[in-house]
Design a binder for this molecule. Structure first.
Ligand SMILES: [Zn+2]
Length: 258
């Protein structure tokens, strides 16, 4: 075999291995037969600005127990569905990664740029986190920002293939409950759930409603986690205060194989 052929062969083999591993990992987590393993890697999103020290101090103050309510949320919601025996969720907080994750293109994202970004993210994960010990685990890169009042952060993204997510949150204790909502949302993306809100941020009926079958459609009492808001009127939706005000609706449950 010539060198060129060998190189192509090796590349193809690598691609098949990566694709095969992704499929296997996806089947493993969506089988819900063993506890869901989630690893959180904090990242300082203010490394290049004047808020760096402040955000660094916030990251240093993080404790694993701050994320416990995410596991509780899954446990409690699973009881509404045929998954009677939720195997549990282990969320582990790892030390900070001193490098920023790849930036997704803002604005209109073509399919090709989405693929390119997902490859860059996989490469980032490969370089900054252990490979073997993370097989079958969901890795979430949580980027903390001091942020500005009323100014939204970059869009967070969860990838089903590769079980990876990049989540942008506020480095602020008063935002911890909101941060956990965003983390749970992206975590569900990695498990195959899709967004359920329209261009105006309004929950889409029926999929974005926790109780779509209820006779009285409005107001809903909680937010479908993939819709992100509580639909109170056809043209109005409010932001839930915490995960206790969120729910996993029937469509999302179906998507994550519950
Ligand atoms: Zn989303």
């Amino acid at each position: 075999m010539s060198f060129k052929k060998l190189r192509i062969f090796t590349l193809l083999l690598l691609l098949v291995l990566v694709a095969g591993t992704s499929v296997w990992e996806g089947m493993l987590v969506r089988g819900w037969l063993r506890p869901l393993e989630v690893v959180i890697y904090p990242i300082n999103g203010d490394r290049n600005n004047e808020h760096s020290d402040q955000t660094q101090a916030y990251i240093a103050s993080l404790s694993q127990s701050q994320f416990d309510e995410i596991g509780d949320f899954f446990q409690q919601q699973s009881q509404r569905y045929r998954l009677q025996q939720f195997p549990g969720m282990h969320i582990r907080l790892e030390p900070e990664i001193p490098a920023p994750p790849p930036q997704a293109d803002s604005g209109a994202r073509s399919a090709l740029s989405a693929i390119a970004w997902s490859l860059r993210l996989r490469y980032f994960a490969l370089r900054n986190t252990p490979f073997w010990q993370n097989l079958g685990r969901i890795r979430l890169f949580i980027v903390f920002h001091a942020g500005e009042q009323g100014k939204p952060l970059q869009h967070s993204l969860g990838l089903q293939k590769g079980l990876l997510g990049v989540v942008h949150v506020f480095a602020d204790r008063t935002q911890a409950a909101q941060n956990n909502i965003v983390i749970a949302h992206e975590l569900l993306h990695t498990l195959g759930a899709t967004d359920k809100y329209d261009a105006q941020g309004q929950p889409i009926f029926p999929d974005g409603f926790p109780e779509p079958d209820r006779e009285e459609r409005y107001p809903q009492h909680s937010a479908e986690i993939m819709a992100g808001r509580i639909a109170v009127r056809p043209d109005q939706a409010i932001i839930p205060a915490n995960l206790a005000a969120c729910a996993i609706g029937p469509k999302t449950a179906y998507e994550i194989n519950w």
